[in-house]
Write a protein of this length. Structure first.
Length: 295
């Protein structure tokens, strides 16, 4: 469990990690006493890991107005996830805002706000919920900064909300990180505030900007590219913000089975170079994308 996750992160050269408290597709969870928390943190300290991020399971959909039992499951389970996160000495719990399932964005946002208030108003744990920026696939809410702002504005305990900025999702939602890097951050800062970003998911994208596909690519192998992702990682505004890779595993030979984790090499690459190096490659990256589009 936790100890194994820490050991794996250490093997990649990571100094922070994100984990699930159980399988992300279901609600089966071990008791807190069985999560190996003390042994995990003892090892983490020796490995130079001082922070963990917890990701809530995908099955939580606070924006669901169609099935009351699903909404109730989501709020009940989220309460327990906050308790588990606090027990694991984590302070950030990443949460997908949810899907409106055809009932409309405003309806979904109102329901998500209702759910967050139900969960947070009677909770005093020192844990922030970080709403993840979404790609806009299907009926997802939270694909635009405006939608995230509406959720944040509606929640009573605004001090308990943060944002998880996913680079692939923001790109797929239509924001131009490659061509208008500072413009994207200025828009985010105007609507929500850069200081509310609690974690950054560093992912390239397999699809062109605005595709709403949410398909991650390995660093430098997608439409965002190495230069812009390095620029984000080395941006001084985010020096103290944990950055998490969610890139696909690689396949070996012709089998097609993805058995090789890319994280050790990608972390090493991300640590090399900074703002000036990233800026120097921006135009080359734009030309590469143009060439891909022509071909």
């Amino acid at each position: 469990m936790f100890l194994a996750s820490v050991k794996e992160a250490e093997s990649y050269g990571a100094n922070v990690l994100m984990l699930y408290t159980g399988a992300p597709q279901n609600t089966r969870r071990k008791d807190i006493e069985e999560l190996n928390i003390t042994a995990g943190w003892e090892y983490a300290k020796k490995a130079g890991i001082e922070e963990i991020i917890v990701h809530a399971p995908y099955i939580i959909n606070l924006a669901n107005t169609i099935k009351p039992e699903i909404f109730e499951l989501g709020t009940s389970f989220l309460r327990k996830e906050i308790k588990r996160t606090a027990a694991m000495r984590g302070r950030i719990l990443v949460l997908h805002p949810g899907s409106h399932l055809g009932e409309g964005v405003e309806t979904g946002i109102a329901q998500a706000v209702k759910g967050l208030n139900l969960v947070l108003n009677d909770n005093e744990d020192d844990v922030y919920i970080a709403l993840e920026t979404m790609a806009g696939k299907g009926s997802e809410i939270g694909a635009s900064f405006e939608e995230l702002k509406m959720i944040c504005d509606g929640v009573d305990k605004k001090n308990r909300l943060r944002i998880c900025f996913d680079t692939c999702h923001v790109h797929d939602a239509g924001y131009d990180l490659v061509g208008d890097y500072e413009g994207v951050w200025q828009e985010f800062d105007r609507l929500i505030g850069i200081d509310r970003i609690a974690v950054i998911h560093v992912n390239d994208s397999l699809n062109p900007r605005g595709s709403h596909k949410d398909r991650h690519a390995n660093i430098g192998r997608g439409y965002i590219g190495m230069d812009i992702l390095k620029r984000i990682v080395h941006d001084e505004r985010f020096t103290d913000v944990p950055k998490i890779l969610e890139t696909p595993w690689l396949s070996e030979g012709a089998s097609g089975k993805k058995t090789i984790p890319p994280y050790k090499e990608e972390i090493a690459e991300m640590k090399m170079g900074g703002f000036e190096a990233a800026m120097g490659g921006t135009f080359r990256q734009e030309e590469r994308i143009k060439k891909q589009n022509i071909e």
